[in-house]
Design a protein around this ligand. Structure first.
Ligand SMILES: *[C@@H]1O[C@H](CO)[C@@H](O)[C@H](O)[C@H]1NC(C)=O
Ligand SMILES: *[C@@H]1O[C@H](CO)[C@@H](O)[C@H](O)[C@H]1NC(C)=O
Ligand SMILES: *[C@@H]1O[C@H](CO)[C@@H](O)[C@H](O)[C@H]1NC(C)=O
Ligand SMILES: *[C@@H]1O[C@H](CO)[C@@H](O)[C@H](O)[C@H]1NC(C)=O
Ligand SMILES: *[C@@H]1O[C@H](CO)[C@@H](O)[C@H](O)[C@H]1NC(C)=O
Ligand SMILES: *[C@@H]1O[C@H](CO)[C@@H](O)[C@H](O)[C@H]1NC(C)=O
Length: 814
């Protein structure tokens, strides 16, 4: 710091020096001053203040009296006091004093001059005359001190600074000049910071009336922020120094900016709060957020710490997927200073639900995947954090890795070796990480395969001579076949049928309309479809038989029996290859009460009347004639005791069924209960005995029918077909023809051909002698059709019902 005194030629306006009243302290009559001493006593008074010039008037010899006190200024009398006169006339003052002076006798005798002016500066003498004692003289030199004017501070551009200097920019220099005008003697100038003197100018007596003291700070650092400097001027100890304060205002650059760390990584789609802190800027920093080069909107106002040193900005923001890997930046700028921006940045590492894309292997043509081809999928997963598992789904079912089945499921690839048609469908891969599960969109795998007959078994189609029969060929194929080929194999050989005879539907079905005109036209029909994958290998086969009269309905039962109505159902027998109508006649003795026909063997009879014993006669009819009949006796409910009657009737009509079902249910329940008990008490071996015996008892009951077969515990009423089933009546049968497969019903209504084999000998022809349990017995039918089709043979079918109550009996062999 450098301070200098400089004379100034600057013209300052004339300042009026306004000085209040000053106490002139320390001015006491100098008791040591002897009356005879001519050495003058130095007295000081501040211009504008008071001056007291003491003069001891006490007589040396007490009875002596004071006559006169006379004051001389530079040996010219200016004031006198006559001790002999009472009242105001005792005082005389020269006009030059302008009434400012007054003699006071008490407490200490002295001449007091008010409003001291510079011209009061002089040598004063006080002469005291007594009556007897000799005259005494006192001499004083009155120094009149003229105070300087209040200091003024000027900045570098000579502008007066009032209170605050600046603002300065950090690290620049500062020069303040403290200017004091006037003062006699010349004042001393000092710069202070707090209570420390920084620089000082000692009074130099020269002709200028201005004193200047500079304050120079070459580099305004942070420590000068809001520092207060004081300039003082003083030229007497009588009054405190004149002072003026200046505070330095400083612009400080931000010191640091930082993005406050978060504990957790950011997640895509989840609103997050991020904080950025800037320290050290004055005025406080302005924080802005940037994503790459785009400024982001911040809604919350910045928070400023109490000492205004710290600014915090909160960013509320929802990261999106595309922000991953981009740079989030927080900038702290100074409101006033350019090029002082500080930046903090972070590269966004966003966590997100895996983004999954499923692709069929690039070398595969999705439209040309045949059964047996190897197929592979790529699951492209983008995930952060990395997916910890990848799961594959086929048609909504999670797939498991199964190398033996040719399913190789990895995290990035799925390979299906030798793909089958069942593996066609929707494929999805699902990748999971902590954020969640990401599903790919579905990729449809199409597996093309040659047509396969939906009905694996040879169907029987009946057709009358010169009557059109419709035969439907339905195949399972992908893509849907467009070409069909029908052939007929009969005694004449194999012929391909003219395409005019059949249609090909869009759904991939072909319908042949075939009209046999002679016996030779019967035989085996075969249908082959062809699609992109090729021609069907195993054709759909049909046996074309001459139409015959239908088989009777079987297994007839009442579904709902009331006091007036009955709902009935039977199983349709073979329809003879023709459109068949099903009849039911209700007879009460010899009276026909109802005669209803339907296309399906399901009827609803109404208006039967209550409490009637009825014989129901069922038969089927087609163009070739009427079938045998099946009868069933029912008892409509009595109106009075509807509920109980109903039970009784049902019981009577269908005793064997009902009881069988009940017993079966009881048995099943018992078995279930036992199994449950066993399961529950397995760990309690002491209680094991009792349930075991129950099982034995139960089995014993069943074995009373002497059947060689042990009933299946789960289904004791049904004896399954099995190789080990030795039917007791088997030996009575003639040797069996070789098996020919199974009997099926093609779905076309006109050619229904459920081929029920019917034993006529067990079916009475008259309604009066019905066998109520005929419905429950499948019987062997003599194969009427074998006459017309040499190739046809029958498999043995065994159908039986066993109930505990019908112990001995109904076992039939077919
Ligand atoms: C009075 O002041 C003058 C100069 O200012 C000095 O020379 C003189 O010695 C002083 N007298 C006394 C008694 O102090
Ligand atoms: C502001 O804070 C910074 C960092 O804590 C510190 O270095 C600096 O001195 C502070 N400034 C003020 C003026 O308090
Ligand atoms: C036709 O039927 C005969 C006798 O069943 C059989 O031997 C022959 O293989 C059949 N031909 C075709 C083409 O199906
Ligand atoms: C039985 O038939 C009656 C009369 O037709 C009817 O009201 C009732 O709902 C039927 N019950 C069942 C279980 O079908
Ligand atoms: C029942 O109706 C059918 C056709 O309507 C008829 O052929 C049959 O003879 C009738 N039955 C009796 C017993 O009348
Ligand atoms: C028809 O009745 C027989 C004998 O009672 C039985 O074995 C068979 O399961 C029944 N068929 C149907 C489809 O209910």
């Amino acid at each position: 710091m450098e301070c200098s005194l400089r004379s100034s030629t600057r013209v300052l306006s004339l300042w009026t020096l306004i000085i209040g009243s000053f106490n002139i302290a320390g001015l006491r009559p100098g008791s040591s001053v002897g009356a005879e001493s001519l050495d003058a006593v130095n007295l000081s008074a501040v211009s504008g203040g008071d001056a007291t010039l003491p003069c001891d008037t006490r007589s040396p010899q007490p009875p002596d009296a004071l006559l006169l006190v006379v004051w001389y200024k530079n040996d010219v009398p200016i004031y006198s006091y006559d001790g002999r006169v009472k009242g105001p006339s005792a005082h005389w003052a020269d006009a030059s004093l302008a009434g400012r002076a007054r003699w006071h006798a008490t407490p200490h005798s002295a001449l007091r001059i008010r409003d001291v002016v510079p011209t009061d500066r002089a040598l004063y003498r006080c002469r005291v005359d007594f009556k007897v004692s000799p005259t005494r003289n006192y001499k004083f030199v009155l120094h009149v001190i003229e105070l300087p004017e209040k200091p003024k501070i000027f900045d570098e551009s000579d502008k007066e600074v009032m209170g605050v200097a600046g603002p300065y920019i950090e690290d620049t220099s500062l020069k303040l000049t403290c200017v004091v005008s006037g003062g006699k003697p010349m004042p001393r100038l000092r710069w202070w910071r707090d209570d420390k003197v920084i620089s000082k100018l000692d009074p130099v007596e020269d002709e200028t009336r201005l004193s200047l003291l500079e304050l120079r700070i070459p580099k305004l650092q942070r420590e000068y922020f809001e520092a207060v400097y004081t300039c003082t001027a003083d030229n007497t100890a009588l009054v405190p120094p004149l002072r003026v304060n200046v505070q330095i205002q400083l612009y400080l650059r931000p010191l640091l900016v930082e993005i406050l760390a978060r504990e957790q990584p950011l997640s895509v789609g989840q609103e997050t709060e991020m904080a950025c802190r800037a320290v050290g800027a004055r005025p406080t920093a302005i924080i802005t957020w940037w994503l790459d080069d785009k400024q982001m909107a911040v809604t919350d106002p910045q928070k400023i710490s109490e000492d205004r040193n710290e600014t915090i900005s909160i960013l509320r923001w929802t990261p999106r997927m595309e922000h991953d890997g981009r740079v989030l930046m927080c900038k702290a700028t100074h409101a006033k200073l350019d090029h002082t921006t500080l930046e903090a940045s972070m590269t966004l590492n966003l966590h997100y639900i895996p983004i999954v894309e499923l692709q069929l292997g690039s070398k595969l043509n999705p439209n040309d995947i045949e059964e047996g081809d190897d197929v592979y999928f790529d699951c492209v997963v983008r995930a952060n954090p990395p997916a910890y598992k990848v799961v594959w789904e086929h048609n909504g079912q999670v797939m498991t890795h199964n190398q033996r089945a040719g399913v190789i499921a990895g995290s990035a690839h799925l390979a299906l070796q030798g793909v089958s048609r069942e593996q066609a469908g929707k494929y999805i891969c699902i990748a999971s990480n902590v954020e969640g599960d990401g599903r790919s969109s579905a990729v449809i795998l199409q597996v093309i395969y040659k047509p396969v007959c939906k009905n694996k078994m040879t169907a029987i189609v009946g057709a009358a001579i010169n009557e059109a029969a419709r035969v439907a060929c339905e195949v399972d194929a992908f893509p849907v076949p467009k070409n069909f080929q029908w052939t007929l194999n009969n005694t004449m050989g194999t012929v391909e049928l003219d395409s005019a005879k059949y249609t090909v539907e869009k759904s991939g079905r072909s319908i042949l309309t075939y009209t046999p005109s002679t016996d030779v036209d019967y035989g085996s029909l075969a249908c082959r479809a062809t699609n992109m994958a090729g021609q069907q290998i195993e054709p759909c086969r049909y046996t074309l038989l001459p139409a015959v009269k239908p088989d009777p309905p079987t297994n007839c039962s009442t579904l709902n029996l009331t006091d007036d109505s009955a709902e009935l159902r039977c199983l349709a027998g073979y329809d003879g290859g023709l459109q068949t109508t099903y009849f039911v006649e209700a007879w009460e003795l010899d009276t026909l009460i109802a005669n209803v026909s339907t296309i399906m063997p399901v009827w609803k009879l109404q208006g039967l009347g209550s409490g009637k014993e009825l014989t129901l006669v069922f038969y089927a009819n087609n163009a070739r004639g009427r079938s045998e009949i099946t009868t069933l006796r029912v008892h409509t409910l009595s109106r009075l005791a509807l509920h109980t009657e109903a039970q009784n009737n049902v019981g009577r009509i269908d005793a064997s069924w009902a009881l069988g079902i009940i017993a079966g249910a009881v048995g099943t329940l018992a078995a279930v209960a036992i199994i449950a008990l066993l399961a529950r008490k397995r760990h309690r071996p002491l209680q094991y005995e009792a349930p075991t015996q129950t099982v034995k008892a139960y089995k014993g009951m069943h074995s009373s029918n002497h059947s060689p077969i042990q009933p299946d515990d789960k289904n004791p009423d049904v004896v399954p077909l099995g190789k080990d089933f030795n039917c007791t009546r088997d030996s009575e049968r003639p040797p069996e023809p070789p098996p020919y497969g199974a009997v099926v019903s093609p779905p076309v209504g006109a050619s229904r051909s459920v081929h029920s084999l019917h034993d006529r000998s067990h079916t009475p022809h008259t309604p009066n002698t019905p066998v109520s349990d005929a419905q429950s017995i499948g019987t062997l039918a003599e194969d009427r059709r074998s006459v017309t089709s040499g190739t046809l043979s029958r498999r043995r079918e065994v159908v039986t019902t066993r109930t505990p109550l019908l112990a001995n009996a109904r076992e039939s062999c077919v």
